[in-house]
Write a protein that binds this ligand. Structure first.
Ligand code: PGA
Length: 266
């Protein structure tokens, strides 16, 4: 069996981002199937989180708690204020009360379709940390940026802006998800070598900013067309510590296979 943790002792984190899919009823059915498919050995190998829509969080939380399923609950977004006149928004206080462990911030779909700036993403990230949850900070370049050779400045710039004001002692709680925008939902994943190169730069940047000890603890996920067929080769790279999975996480069987890091069910 593979070691429980990868290089630097980091336990991989496999996160299912369901985006605007699954009603609360569908979500319950998927989580029930996932819980049935995954064994204690699988949870030893990788931590697993699911990120349903806000409308399904409470149902999924109730199910996870009642059956003591060791899957972490995650949200896809949050607002940075604790409460107030912000029609339509959901606060970190509300998420924390639901035992949400991980909150995605700065997903490229939020940046692109909803105009989220680096500054807003940073405020959200700080709000998540303030409420003892863990942010998953998404960074990644467009196809134009990749072709222009500006992947690294784009990604490191998003990192720098998104992590403003985060002290070293909070950094181990932060997860970084490198998601090249051209690979999201396209069926065209980054090659393991290309993904590793960027994840390695992310860790080197973290090392310069926070020191090697902290950089060695931070988990860096890859996201963008991850499937049961490519997870193992991605995870074989030393600086890739898990995956943020969209489309392939909607189906319990496919997501379970990814959560097993490509290993067959026992
Ligand atoms: P995908 O989405 O797996 O469907 O490419 C990944 C993501 O957006 O997190």
């Amino acid at each position: 069996m593979p070691a429980a943790a990868g290089p630097g002792g980091r336990k991989p984190l496999i996160s299912g981002n369901w985006k605007m899919n699954h009603t609360h009823l569908d979500a319950i059915a998927v989580v029930q199937k996932l819980a049935y498919s995954l064994s204690p050995a699988d949870y030893d190998r990788a931590e697993v989180s699911v990120h349903p829509a806000f409308t399904a969080l409470r149902s999924v939380q109730t199910l996870l708690d009642a059956d003591e399923v060791p899957i972490a609950l995650g949200a896809q977004d949050v607002y940075f204020e604790d409460s107030g006149a912000f029609t339509g928004e959901v606060s970190p206080v509300m998420l924390a009360k639901l035992n949400v462990a991980y909150v995605i911030v700065g997903h490229s779909e939020r940046r692109q379709h909803f105009g989220e700036s680096d500054e807003l993403v940073n405020k959200k990230l700080l709000a998540v940390l303030r409420h003892q949850m863990r942010p998953i900070l998404c960074v990644g370049e467009t196809l134009d940026e990749r072709e222009a050779g500006t992947t690294e400045p784009k990604v490191l710039g998003q990192l720098e802006a998104g992590l403003q004001g985060v002290p070293a002692e909070a950094m181990a709680s932060v997860v970084v998800a490198y998601e090249p925008i051209w690979a999201i939902g396209t069926g065209r994943n980054a090659s393991p070598e290309d993904a590793e190169a960027v994840c390695k730069s992310v860790r080197a940047w973290l090392g310069e900013r926070y020191g090697a000890g902290v950089a060695g603890q931070v988990r860096v996920q890859y996201g963008g067309s991850v499937t049961p067929g490519n997870i193992a080769e991605l995870m074989a790279e030393p600086d890739i510590d898990g995956a943020l999975v969209g489309g392939a996480s909607l189906d319990a069987e496919r997501f379970a296979q990814i959560a097993r890091l490509g290993q067959p069910a026992r």
